[in-house]
Design a protein around this ligand. Structure first.
Ligand SMILES: C[S@@+](CC[C@H](N)C(=O)[O-])C[C@H]1O[C@@H](n2cnc3c(N)ncnc32)[C@H](O)[C@@H]1O
Length: 281
């Protein structure tokens, strides 16, 4: 596997995914009962945006640098910046390390919550172990995140979230993700699951969504943020988050956050931000 998230950290897709992740955890922690959080593709936890890898692609310029240059109106965007330790309203590039999903989740969760991070690359898992060493109730597993769904679900807390954020290097990843979502739903019918998917070719993402529509899984919400016109040959045109069993009113609340992200991050001609119930109750 060649995938290195350091090349992409802080890009528009990270901004989108991480705002949704924080919004989900904020809603789930409103009740005092302990939660379980599983991050199947966790990465290293924190990314240096000044590293050679990050500077080579400079993807954060069109992502986190742009987003935090303005003070956000939306409370969910503001909360994501705060938990990531970023001050809003500063025009210069972010020089601080950028928090990935594990560190954002730990900032949103409480001491009594239980957390499992799975990462396949040994070096990334080692760095993540070091980043999270001061946290209790955290297990770091170096292995396959998809297999972890059968190992860890259903959790004894019976409340919580699974984040599935695959690298999409393999052409089969859409199929693997669709079957992982079926595994999730069969093992933990009332859990919440958030999965990231790329918007590159609309044919591929439409096929993936149609598979899920026919899967029998109920309550699937999709949140799609496009920053370029659909099927533009430049590469990643948009970022999708699919949520099974979203908390109450997340659809309406995320619509506001997505519209603001779109206004800040999208190029002319990009499809509007889309919040859509793929499957209802
Ligand atoms: C998109 S990155 C994850 C970024 C992270 N979720 C974040 O938001 O900060 C995908 C990660 O999955 C890891 N990976 C790839 N295949 C995996 C698998 N089958 N199981 C677990 N991790 C995997 C890669 O090494 C990479 O670190």
């Amino acid at each position: 596997m060649n995938y290195r998230h350091a090349f992409h950290a802080g890009n528009f897709a990270d901004v989108h995914k991480h705002t949704v992740l924080v919004a989900l955890l904020d809603r789930l922690t409103r009740k005092p009962k302990p939660l379980f959080f599983l991050d199947t593709h966790a990465g290293r936890g924190r990314y240096d945006l000044q590293s050679n890898d990050a500077r080579r692609s400079n993807e954060s310029q069109q992502g986190i640098d742009r987003l935090r240059a303005r003070v956000p109106v939306n409370a969910d965007i503001a909360r994501y910046l705060t938990l990531g330790g970023l001050t809003a309203g500063e025009a210069q590039p972010v020089t601080a390390a950028y928090s990935g999903s594990p560190l954002l989740a730990l900032a949103a969760l409480r001491d009594g919550d239980r957390v499992v991070f799975v990462e396949q690359q040994a070096e990334e898992a080692r760095i993540l172990r070091n980043e999270t060493r001061h946290h209790r109730n955290v297990s770091i597993v170096c292995g396959d995140g998809y297999a972890a769904l059968t190992t860890w679900l259903p959790p004894k807390e019976n409340r919580g979230l699974v984040l599935i954020d695959p690298p999409f290097e393999s052409p089969k990843e859409f199929d693997t993700l669709a079957s992982a979502l079926a595994t999730f739903a069969s093992r933990w019918s009332n859990g919440v699951c958030a999965a990231w998917y790329p918007l590159k070719s609309s044919r591929e993402s439409a096929r993936f969504l149609s598979t899920l529509q026919q899967s029998g899984i109920r309550r699937i919400l999709t949140l799609e943020l496009s920053v370029r016109p659909a099927d533009s040959p430049l590469g990643l045109n948009g970022s999708g988050m699919l949520i099974i069993n979203p908390p109450w009113q997340l659809d309406q609340e995320m619509r506001l956050a997505m519209d603001e992200m779109h206004a800040t991050l999208a190029a002319e001609g990009a499809t509007r931000a889309k919040v859509h119930w793929l499957v209802g109750e």
